[in-house]
Unconditional design. Sequence first.
Length: 533
Amino acid sequence: MKKQFRHTIHLILAAMIVTMVGCTSDDDAASVEQRSDDNEYVSLRLSVAGKANTRAREVEWVDLNATDEEMMNIWVVVVTNTADGSVEKVIACRPPEGHEENNNREIDEVGQIEQGNYTVYSFANISVAKVCSLLGLTASTIPTTIGSTPVEIEVTGSVTRATVAAKTATINGNNFDPTADNGFDEKGIPMSNVQTIAETDRTKDLIVVRMLAKIEVQVYNDGATDATIESISLTDITANGTNNLLLLPRWTTTTGKDQMPVTQHKDLQPNLGSAATKGNMTYITPAASRLVAHDGHHSTGEGQAPVTFTFYVNESEAPIDNASATTGNGTGLFYLSLGIKTKKTGTGEDVVYTDVVYTHALINQSGSTTTDNDAWHYIARNDYRVIPVILSDWLFRVEPLAFVPIAGYPAVMLSSDAQKATFSTGGMIALQPFVKKRSEDNWRDFSDPEVEFVSVSWTNGDGTDVSGDGKIVKSPFVYDSATRCFIGELNNSDSLNGKLYKTAVTITVKLGPSTGPQYTYSFTCDVILDKRN
């Protein structure tokens, strides 16, 4: 039995991974206000998390990759006594006039508190009433208008760090519109964070972390015809829904949650609620910006530039599931799909277009998923992810074949998205690659000088080679020039009966003349051994 993959596999590129980092600074001692009993105040200041080399700090605190809509419209801070959780003070304010210029991300002197040990919860673009509701506090009076002068809100109630850490929020971040009501009675990206203030602190930079991630897909066109990007989809994105994300960010660094020295991607990781579900997020591109012409948008050459598509998503985790195929794609990768319309034949009113879907497995710059600093198996809140995509005329598809063992029944089941091939028994299987240019009629193989085989691997979700794990893989794939197939063998041991195993197979090729531009393509597919029946 032979099943055929759709023409959905295209160029897989390293995805640049960037997170946002904030920094701190100190006032000199002379600027700290003294009380009459010689005890000092702690001056509070505010900034939005960013990263030095991407959401950049130049001379002043400037977030070069953020729009005004991604900054703060209102700020609410809840200062609690660390010992008993009692609320010491709630302060609210809005950015002063001119704050939007240059995307300045710091507000000086938003408030002061007496020195002591405090746990501070900071929020941006969430109304005072919503903050109180989320934390279980009752406000006696909330001003109808909050301006740039900080105001104190009287509240009753107490909170502890453990209870706030368990709080969930409803975040509808997929295809988020920062200019509309964000669900928290405000506009703009909701932000949050928790920090501590020590007895000896004189100033404290309160950092808020955006609760969404920003995705930027940069599309180049090295093909011979124009392309129109109709839609962009990502798999395994946390769906919009009730209580899908936890209110506070999840830090994996001991100092980051208090001082924001975020230097690695792994410092922030997704903090999903128990009600969170996964789905495929689709971004419909605006009609005015869909065209990626073949002239002016090449990946190389002077004056060339990509067409950029930007959208927001909820923080998400790609499933890494090697023992069961019941959930997720199992590879630990996100898949980016582009719905593309390309010119095929004819001129004027006789132009005929063809619709194509290209699917890309998102990998990091080194081509591995094992380095957590750069891993693409999760998208954290506040991430700013830039994904370069190069379109060319090359097409790369793969057909899975099965060799029926004695008294066996292979029953190769191919998923509709061409990313899973399920086998009900073990035995020899083959993956037959086909390569050609869209303008050509004949498919090429590795004997062609413009088609070069790079590698093939069996891996589990974190990128570890599992060719010899003794479970699903009995023998790894090798390329057989006679059959022009990659041939491997699934384990057929009786010990696997009643079980379900999954691995991912990745085939990588390099296409194009050795003297000109070359493109690296990869095909990644789950191979599932279903021995339950």
